[in-house]
Design a protein around this ligand. Structure first.
Ligand code: ADP
Ligand code: MG
Ligand code: MG
Length: 210
């Protein structure tokens, strides 16, 4: 089974719902080590994605991902907008004009997303950023894709790894982004962007499974 444009559109809508639902939690995480706007940034960005989807009908998974990327880049002012936008833009290029994404394609998309965020933000694993959720997600999807054709299974494994990765950011000292200004005091809190990455990936996976 693969993910079609319709599945990707539904997944983006599910992503919008989950960030709206967790808006206050993301704000609270960002209040602890940032400027308390991550929940607001994500909600605004994904609401704009849904608005755009209401008036357009992208015909391939890649086109849907590209639409989301463009909207996030133009509506989210914070660091996370361009970073998520770049991830989605790279994922869109990796999807090309395929009609349907199997496990290998999903793994490739996630890897392209990670590479895009790294190229843009220069964070490494362990810097306490969204990379600490996204990179293990790409690894997990990649290993599932070695033995499974189902894109949804690769996505689900990625989401699970992202949650673990996000939890693992708690003891880390931030070396990138606003939280790095706090130095050692950034330890003891989950990174908001890692948390939103995990939330988004599990919303995408659940939506695709439905
Ligand atoms: P801002 O920090 O501009 O207020 P947000 O609060 O929306 O933006 O997003 C903060 C999140 O962005 C962080 O929790 C982190 O996960 C992510 N982030 C910040 N800088 C980088 C970077 N250089 N590379 C990867 N992710 C980053
Ligand atoms: Mg912030
Ligand atoms: Mg900000």
């Amino acid at each position: 089974m693969g993910c079609t444009a319709k599945d990707v559109i539904a997944a983006l809508r599910a992503g919008a719902a989950v960030v709206a639902e967790h808006r206050d939690e993301l704000i609270q995480l960002d209040r602890e080590i940032g400027d308390a706007d991550h929940g607001e940034n994500m909600e605004r960005g994904f609401r704009a994605v849904v608005d755009k989807l209401d008036t357009s009908a992208p015909e391939t998974p890649g086109a849907a991902l590209k639409l989301a990327a463009t909207v996030l880049i133009s509506t989210v002012g914070g660091a996370s907008g361009p970073l998520y936008g770049t991830a989605l833009l790279r994922a869109a290029s990796a999807a090309g004009d395929a009609e349907e994404l199997d496990a290998t394609a999903v793994a490739k998309l996630l890897r392209a997303g990670v590479d895009g965020v790294v190229a843009r933000g220069k964070a490494e694993l362990g810097d306490k950023t969204m990379i600490d959720a996204l990179s293990p997600a790409a690894d997990a999807a990649g290993s599932v894709a070695e033995s499974e054709a189902d894109g949804v299974k690769a996505l689900a494994a990625g989401a699970e790894a992202a949650h673990e990765g996000a939890r693992n950011t708690e003891p880390m000292v931030a070396r990138k982004g606003r939280a790095s200004y706090l130095g050692d005091r950034s330890a003891g809190h989950v990174d908001p962007g890692a948390r939103s990455t995990a939330l988004l990936l599990s919303a995408f996976a659940e939506s695709a499974r439905a």
